[in-house]
Design a protein around this ligand. Sequence first.
Ligand code: ADP
Length: 170
Amino acid sequence: MTPTITLAKGDITRESADAIVNAANSSLLGGGGVDGAIHRRGGPAILEECRKLRASQYGKGLPTGQAVATTAGELDARWVIHTVGPVWSSTEDRSELLASCYRESLRVADELGARTVAFPAISTGVYRWPMEDAARIAMETVRSATTAVEEVRFVLFDDRAYEVFARQVG
Ligand code: ADP
C-alpha cells in the first residue's frame, strides 16, 4: 500500500503520531535543529536509549541512510525513529542516501506497527540540502514505498519549506 501524504507546518515535537522521525546525527547523542528539539521536549528517556544503542549494536554510531527506533519519551508519540541524513555535497550525488533515510524509517515503522509517521525535511538544515531537491526526493521515495504506514506527514518548519513541499504534492 502507498501511504497518504499530508503536510503540516511548525514544530515536529508538537505533533501527535505513532512515530516521529528525528533528523539525527550519527552519534545519536543529540545535536541542533530537530534533534535538539526532540531531546528537549521528549526528555531524558530518549537519550538514555540512544546511549544504550551506542553501547551495543551501534558502537560506531548510526550510519548515514539508516534508521533506528527508541521510545518517544514525553512526546505525543509511541516511538522516535532516528535517521541520519547525508550532508549536501555539490561534487558528489548523495541522493540515494537521502532516499534511504525515508525508506529505512518506513521499514522500521513497519516493524514497529506504526501507522502514522511524521517526518521533518531531513538534511535541509545544518546539512544544507537544497529544499526543492530534498522535497522531490522525500516525496518520490514515500510515493514509491511499499509499507503498511497509512499516513506520512511532512512537518515543515517555516512557510518556505511548506510551500516547496506543497508544490511537490501538486
Ligand atoms: P539536518 O542536520 O538533517 O539538516 P536539521 O534539524 O538541522 O537537520 O534540519 C532539518 C530541517 O528541519 C530544516 O528544514 C529545519 O529548518 C527543520 N527544523 C528545525 N527544527 C525543527 C522542528 N522543531 N520541527 C520541524 N522542523 C524543524
